[in-house]
Design a binder for this molecule. Structure first.
Ligand SMILES: [Zn+2]
Length: 119
């Protein structure tokens, strides 16, 4: 536990209402500043790294009617138990249209630690 609260503690962004980490300086969803005190303190002991970033584009071939899509994200722990399952967006893709989807996992780590990805 630190002065910033319990590790992994979440709250709702006061600007956009997304569920985010209490320790975040800026909201990852709306990117507005959250903690003037933290900005003043500098938080130089931690860094944000991005060990997982995936993106892909889906194109409608244009030979059939419009598609509907659902963007679904699931988070599982080490034994396969589901921690979260969220629909983060839905929409429609007309003939010939494209959509690009990006998934990022941002991790807050102590500056000096070496992040090792699980294989
Ligand atoms: Zn926000």
């Amino acid at each position: 536990m630190t002065v910033h609260g319990v590790t992994g503690e979440a709250w709702n962004c006061p600007h956009c209402g997304e569920r985010i980490l209490r320790s975040a300086l800026t909201c990852p969803a709306c990117q507005r500043h959250l903690r003037l005190d933290a900005v003043a303190l500098g938080r130089q002991d931690q860094a944000i790294v991005c060990p997982l970033s995936v993106d892909g584009t889906i194109r409608h071939p244009g030979t059939e009617a419009a598609w509907e899509y659902t963007v679904l994200i699931e988070v599982h722990d080490g034994v396969g138990e589901m921690l979260a399952r969220r629909v983060v967006g839905v929409g429609a893709l007309g003939p010939g249209e494209t959509r690009t989807f990006t998934l990022r996992v941002e991790v807050l780590v102590p500056e000096k630690s070496t992040l090792t990805a699980a294989s």
